[in-house]
Design a protein around this ligand. Structure first.
Ligand code: AMP
Ligand code: GLY
Length: 427
């Protein structure tokens, strides 16, 4: 099979690396890709947010058998619908199911209607009413722009003043554009041992009939050590989550994952693809913080390297709605991903810095996120540049290998967190 993966980042490179191991995959393509994907796939220079351009490309390339649509924005505009309507086979939800991520208001209403545990909330499209609610409710309180906002549309406010300011930014100043026309205002969840509560990312394969959780992972969203600084797209991940266990998985499957799959079916929005559950362990049990309609980034970079089963077999089983027939197996041990970013990320940073890479050893995989080749030289081409991924018998071993490799890589003003994998040590 010839397979095309849509997207440009580390997550897409990780998916391509997993597909490359498949016995059945012959040639890989990536639209648009980066310098890393170019090593194992043919990069295709087409703007994937231009649906007509993608379908035109697909029509001209009948040799491509399968499309994997990964990022949230092409899913939200219906790229899978467009490709399927021309008879192409795809991995990824249709537009009416991708709404579980592209509208937070939809996701919250779905959870309320089907009694899926989540934070209490109210939805507003009127600024004055939202302000009155914030004033009467007080802090701590959480504000969420309804639409897609590059993972930055959520404000956890510790004071009422912060919340009033945030409300103005989102609803009046439109800091996240039209995503802020509607706002979800939520109760701030409390953790069992930590505050804010302990978070775990659980990605799951689903064909609408069966839902199979992958191994768990934990993200580090803030820019600096000790969870300081601004929220980013993710500065590193590790797998598995220290407080996860079989009992919790059983409970989450029963109370959250299966009810979500069934709820989407009942709404006529069957979800097929990878459904991402952002969960929090709270003083009142496991709750959903967010859904994503896709693989997480950088979660995928620590989850897929542990997959023993052929990923292409799983993708096809999802497309053909026979996921129940597949036995999905994972390696034991742990995996750590340290993100190397451009200094100044997530605010402002330079691109085009030459990257030097020494011998990182065989146990480490360098996944490319924002890289390019300029005059034959590997250079930085984004905020998050490289993902250093290492496996080990446990998190400590994987961490040690990853950070040793980090020491062999450099460019001007490279930045990274030193504490990836140290979260939730006490379980
Ligand atoms: P989201 O984009 O919805 O995942 O939110 C981003 C981050 O904000 C989450 O990873 C949590 O750390 C935090 N957060 C979101 N909702 C809540 C909530 N209701 N209570 C406490 N923290 C939250
Ligand atoms: N790592 C969080 C996300 O992919 O949204």
């Amino acid at each position: 099979m010839n397979v095309l993966v849509i997207g440009n980042g580390g997550r897409e490179h990780a998916i391509l690396l997993a597909l490359r191991k498949s016995k059945r995959v012959e040639k890989l393509y990536c639209m648009k890709g980066n310098a890393g994907t170019a090593r194992i796939a043919e990069n295709v220079d087409v703007d994937y947010m231009n649906v007509a351009a993608v379908t035109e490309y697909a029509a001209a390339h009948p040799e491509i058998d399968y499309y994997v649509v990964t990022p949230d924005d092409p899913l939200a505009i219906g790229l899978v619908d467009a490709l399927e309507s021309m008879g192409k086979r795809c991995f990824g939800p249709r537009r009416n199911a991708a709404v579980i991520e592209s509208s937070k208001a939809f996701a919250k209403q779905l959870m309320k209607k089907y009694k899926i545990p989540t934070a209490e909330y109210e939805i507003f499209d009127d600024y004055d009413k939202a302000l009155a609610y914030v004033k009467s409710h007080g802090a701590p309180i959480v504000l969420k722009a309804d639409g897609l906002a590059l993972g930055k549309g959520v404000l956890v406010c510790q004071t009422t003043e912060q919340a009033e300011e945030g409300l103005k930014e989102i609803m009046l100043d439109k800091a996240f554009g039209a995503a802020g026309n509607k706002i979800v205002i939520e109760e701030c969840l409390k953790g069992l041992k930590y505050n804010p509560g302990e978070e775990v990312s659980v990605l799951a394969f689903t064909d609408g009939k069966t839902i199979v959780p992958m191994i768990t992972s934990c993200d580090h969203k803030r820019a600096y050590d000790g969870d300081k600084g601004l929220n980013t797209g993710g500065m590193g991940t590790f797998s598995p989550c220290p407080f996860w266990n079989k009992k919790l998985e059983k409970q989450v499957l029963k109370k959250i994952m299966i009810p979500t799959m069934k709820a989407m079916n009942a709404e006529g929005r069957t979800f097929k693809g990878c459904l991402y559950f952002g969960l929090m362990r709270t003083d009142k049990g496991m709750k959903v913080v967010e859904y994503n309609s896709r693989f997480g980034d950088p979660e995928t970079q620590v989850v897929l390297p542990m997959l023993k089963t052929d990923l292409m077999d799983i993708f096809e089983a999802v497309t053909e709605e026979r996921l129940a027939d597949i036995n999905i197996e994972w390696e034991d041990g742990a995996c750590v991903c340290v993100v190397l970013a451009s200094g100044g990320y997530p605010v402002s940073y330079k691109k085009g810095m030459p990257i030097t890479i020494g011998d990182v050893g065989e146990d480490v995989t360098l996944i490319h996120a924002g890289t390019a080749i300029k005059d034959g030289q590997l250079v930085t081409n984004g905020g998050r540049v490289l993902d250093v991924v290492a496996k080990g018998a446990d998190i400590n071993e994987a961490r040690a290998k990853a950070y040793e490799a980090v020491g062999k890589i450099s460019w001007e003003n490279m930045s990274f967190r030193n504490d990836i994998g140290l979260k939730y040590r006490e379980g």
